[in-house]
Each structure stands twice: as C-alpha cells, then as structure tokens.
Design a protein around this ligand. Structure first.
Ligand SMILES: [Mg+2]
Length: 282
C-alpha cells in the first residue's frame, strides 16, 4: 500500500478516452482521490488554457504540468509562498523549463526549405482545422491553439524523413517528442523532469512525508515520466502497442484502454476498497 502517493497522469488516451475524451470510467476513482486528499496532477501535452478548463470539469484543484513538462502551475491556495524560480500568474505560480513558442516557430522556419511539404505546423492552420484534426470542438480547439512553449506539427512524411527532421531540429538545439497525434517541437523539458521538480516542491513543503510518485501514461512522451516514477502504469492504447519500458519493478501494464485501465490500476495501487467506489456511484 502506498502511503503518500502523488499521482501524475497523462490525459489523452490515459485519463481521457482516446476517441471520445470521456473520463466517465475514472470518475469514482477521481472522487475517491479528492476525498482522501491524494493529489492527481495532470501531466500532459495540453496547454494551460486547456488545463484550466479540464480541471474544472474533473473537479480538480491540484497543480498541473503542461506542454510535455515545459511548465508547471501551482495554485497559490495550496502553495502560498512562491517556490524558487516561479513567476506570478494570477491565482497560480508558474515555473518554466522552456523557451517561449516563438523561439521554436523561428527555429522551424530555418528548416522550411528542407521539410516544408512534409508537415503542417499548428501556427499555420485554422482553429477549424485543429478541430477537424483532433476531434475537439471549436472552443476546445481554440484553447489547444494557445501554446506558450513549443510548436506541434502534424507529420505527413515517412519514417525516414521524420528521423532526418528530428535530427535537424536537435542540431539547432531543439527537441522533438511524439505525442498521441502530433510531433511536439520544443526544448528538452519532459514530463519526467517536471514530475521530479514538483515532487521536490511537495517534499520541501512537507519534509516529514515520504511521497511516492505514481505515473500513468500511454504514449512515447510519457516514457521519461514512467521510467522515473516510483510506480509506473502503462495504459493500453487502442491505436498502438503498449509502451516498452526498461524498468520492470513496480510497473503495471493495463489490459483495459484509457480511463478504464486508469481506474483499475489505481484501485490496485491505492488498495481502494470496492465498497467506497460503489458508494460514490450511488
Ligand atoms: Mg496520451
């Protein structure tokens, strides 16, 4: 039984269903965590604008990590004093590991002659196009477009060209992460580094508590987080094989996809009494 868990979760394909973005199957487990004051920290490729909205929907007031580890937001209500290096962002503190989006858009511009026909950049497509590509409605697509720390691109080329593209970006000091739908061009921040940073902040705040991290994810951009967590949950995906991890200890591979696998694995790790879940369903 994990005494003081910090849950770090991917959203798309993990807490949210890959196709419908529904979290219905995870609702009772989320309510249990909230009641037990177990932090459920979204760690996602999504934007701050998207997270502010989604956290309301899932009734979550925990810190959150956006754009593949590029930035961490902490509610001032939970962390009254700004951790070192944070900037003031209204009701939140923001800590950033990355240069801003324009830096990465400019970097892509340098590579235009070589790769232009092989991808579509987020900056060059309309909100309607983002909506069509992602299945998000227009309001959701608008929030998705508000990226602050990197640039997603939709790859049309083959694998070989993609490898050359990744190499070219890296030569210019950038980094490419494969998300569920997009390639994310940005800095070398990742979900694992951001998770460890936030665990340290919790530990600084409550040094007497030995927190244990649980990471849940389904895609390549979750690997750093999954490899470095105390407990890893690889969520099965309807669109690709389960992730391969180097670690074997404290590692769960779910049989069920998305939020069903999410809820099942956490029930096991947190030893949630079935009765308490049943009561929440009433
Ligand atoms: Mg995912």
């Amino acid at each position: 039984m994990i005494k003081h868990p910090l849950i770090f979760t991917d959203l798309d394909g993990t807490l949210l269903d890959h196709y419908s973005y529904s979290f219905e199957a995870a609702k009772t487990t989320l309510a249990y965590c909230s009641e037990q004051r177990i932090p459920v920290i979204a760690n996602t490729s999504k934007t701050c604008a998207e997270l502010i909205h989604i956290r309301k929907e899932i009734n979550n007031s925990c810190p959150f990590i956006v754009e593949n580890g590029a930035a961490i937001y902490l509610p001032k209500k939970l962390f009254p004093t700004a951790p070192e290096g944070c900037i003031d962002d209204g009701a939140l503190w923001q800590f950033s590991f990355s240069k801003n989006r324009q830096h990465w858009v400019d970097l892509l511009h340098h590579l235009k002659p070589r790769f232009q026909s092989l991808y579509t950049s987020f900056s060059n497509i309309s909100i309607e196009d983002i909506s069509q590509l992602t299945g998000l409605n227009l309001k959701q697509a608008e929030r998705a477009s508000q990226r602050q720390f990197g640039e997603p691109v939709l790859w049309h080329g083959n694998r070989e060209d993609k490898a050359l593209f990744v190499e070219a970006i890296e030569q210019l000091g950038g980094h490419v992460l494969q998300g569920g739908r997009f390639l994310h061009v940005g800095g070398s921040a990742n979900k694992g580094t951001a998770m460890q940073w936030l665990k340290n902040i919790y530990t600084q705040q409550s040094p007497e508590i030995a927190f244990e991290t649980i990471a849940l994810g389904d895609s390549d951009n979750d690997i750093d987080m999954l490899e470095s967590a105390d407990h890893a949950v690889v969520i099965a995906s309807p669109i690709h094989d389960p992730l391969a991890l180097k670690r074997t200890k404290n590692t769960i591979f779910t049989q069920s996809f998305g939020p069903i696998g999410w809820a099942e694995s956490l029930s096991e790790l947190l030893n949630i009494p079935e009765q308490s879940l049943l009561e929440k369903e009433k």
